[in-house]
Structure formats: C-alpha cells, structure tokens
Design a protein around this ligand. Structure first.
Ligand code: FES
Length: 277
C-alpha cells in the first residue's frame, strides 16, 4: 500500500459539485505536483478546514474540526495550471460539508494531506474484482473509481460487483470505462451467488463494504480458495477520522486478532486478513 508525506495545501474550487459514479464530488485545483502519490488515489484522503480565512487566519471557529474528504480522481486540468482533484463530498447534513458545498468557484480551501494508506494494485495479477455495497454507502463506487483506469491500462481485466436495492442508476455508470464488466446483486442471495462465481478467477479483490460484511467476505473467499491469503483482498474501512495522525483515537477499529488499530494512519485501506479470519 502506498504512503507519502502529508502537507498543508491551499486548494481552489474549480467549479460546482459534480456527480461522479453516483456520488457528489468537489472539484479542486491543487498546486501542481503538491500532492503527488505513488499508485492509485483510491483510499487516500485530505482534511479540509471548513472556515473562512483572512490573511491566513481563520475567522470562524464554530466548525472547529476539519472534515475528511476522500479522493475520487486526480488529473491534470486541460487549461489551468495545477492538478485537478475530485474529492467525495458526502451529501449529508453535516455543517462542515454544507459549508464546503456553499463555496463558490475560485474560493480557497485549506487542506492537509494526502493522508492514509490507499489501495495497491497487483504488479502481475490480471483479474481485479471490485466490490461495492451501495446499500451500505452510495458513495462506495466513487471511492473505488480510481482503481479502474490503472488496472485497465496495465492490460488487466476489471469486474465490478454492485450490491444495490432497486434498479441501477445509469447515470452513475457513465464515468466507468466501457471495458469494465458490471454485475449487480439486488438481494443478498444474488450477492452471495455472484461472489461465489467471481472469487475463483479473481487475482485480487478491492472492496468497499460495511464492517458487517468482513467476516462473510472472508468466509466466501476461504470457501472458494481454501484460505484467505494476505494480499488477496483489500478493504476501505469507514471510520471517524478527526486528526489523521494517530493522536485522538477517534478512528480505532477492531482487528481480527481481538485488538484495535487506528484507521487514519494504518488504513483506511486494510488487508482483509487484518479485519477478519
Ligand atoms: S483520527 Fe485521530 S487517531 Fe485516527
């Protein structure tokens, strides 16, 4: 998994919030090369200050805590200097997210990051299975989106298995490369059946699923591959990230051996062997 030094950055809003892969994303321009990463950006995050600043000083302390914003995409903009990032901005009632949503184009945002261990893609594996439980979090597909192009670019094959209620939103799929094979599971039985079919041929799994599925996923892998090997399945965990440096313990999650670990620094992407047996 990838790591890089995290730094303080001034980003600028590049336009209105965009819906990408079924999730709202904040487009930001960061100074060119200021947040360069090894590997895909999926699983990496920034902490955004949600307050106005004048001469580098915040003027409002009512939204004291920074909000974690997960990377969806990074690319060089066509006309502007700098790097364009799309960061997932959850569509909830959180006042910090609301403050970010109300910023106008060109407004500056103070960021720290990028933080965390993201997903790693196999050097030699050719078949990547991506799991996204949209009944748990409609944003999972967007949070895994950055894995698709790099895997296809290296000649790999990508299969996407979506657990969802109701019908598939076609607009949510408009950002997916055409080469991605998409399967949907409208209920638990279909999900389990699709997993049993897909696991045997997969060289690696990257998953965005809730904590309640870790054990079942480990068991499904063991049932088809006899054991759960380290490196086979990575999971992006959901945790309350506040400080991002391992100091506050807000983000601790249970591990498979009965201990706990900090998702902000040791994750938020973990090997499934760390989380379930
Ligand atoms: S967010 Fe503070 S210890 Fe992880």
């Amino acid at each position: 998994m990838n790591t890089s030094p995290s730094i303080s950055l001034t980003a600028h809003i590049a336009g209105p919030v965009r819906w990408v892969a079924g999730a709202p994303c904040l487009p930001l321009i960061l100074p060119e090369g200021s947040a360069s990463l090894e590997g895909p950006v999926a699983g990496r995050y920034f902490l955004a200050r949600c307050a106005e600043e004048v001469d580098g000083e915040r003027t409002d302390w009512s939204l004291y805590l920074r909000r974690p914003l997960y990377a969806v995409q990074q690319r060089a903009p066509v006309q502007l200097p700098g790097d364009e990032w799309l960061l997932h901005l959850p569509p909830d009632e959180d006042p910090g997210h609301g403050w970010l949503r109300r910023r106008s184009e060109g407004a500056s945002i103070d960021l720290l990051g990028p933080f965390g261990n993201g997903f790693s893609l196999p050097e030699s594996g050719r078949n990547l299975l991506i799991l996204a439980d949209l009944t748990d979090n409609p944003g999972w597909l967007a949070l895994l989106l950055a894995l698709l192009e790099p895997m296809l670019d290296r000649g790999g094959r990508v299969t996407l298995l979506l657990r969802l209620d109701g019908s598939l939103d076609e607009a949510a799929l408009s950002h997916l490369p055409i080469a991605v094979e998409i399967h949907t599971a409208p209920d638990e039985s279909a999900w389990e059946q699709a997993l049993a079919t897909a696991i045997p041929w997969a060289d690696q799994i990257c998953a965005g699923v809730g904590r309640g599925r870790y054990t079942a996923l480990a068991q499904a892998i063991q049932a088809k591959r006899f054991r759960l090997e380290e490196g086979f399945c990575q999971v992006l965990v959901q945790a309350d990230i506040l400080c991002a440096v391992g100091a506050c313990l807000a983000c601790v999650i249970p591990t498979a051996n009965g201990g706990i670990t900090r998702a902000c620094t040791h994750g938020p992407v973990f090997d499934l062997t760390r989380l379930a047996q």
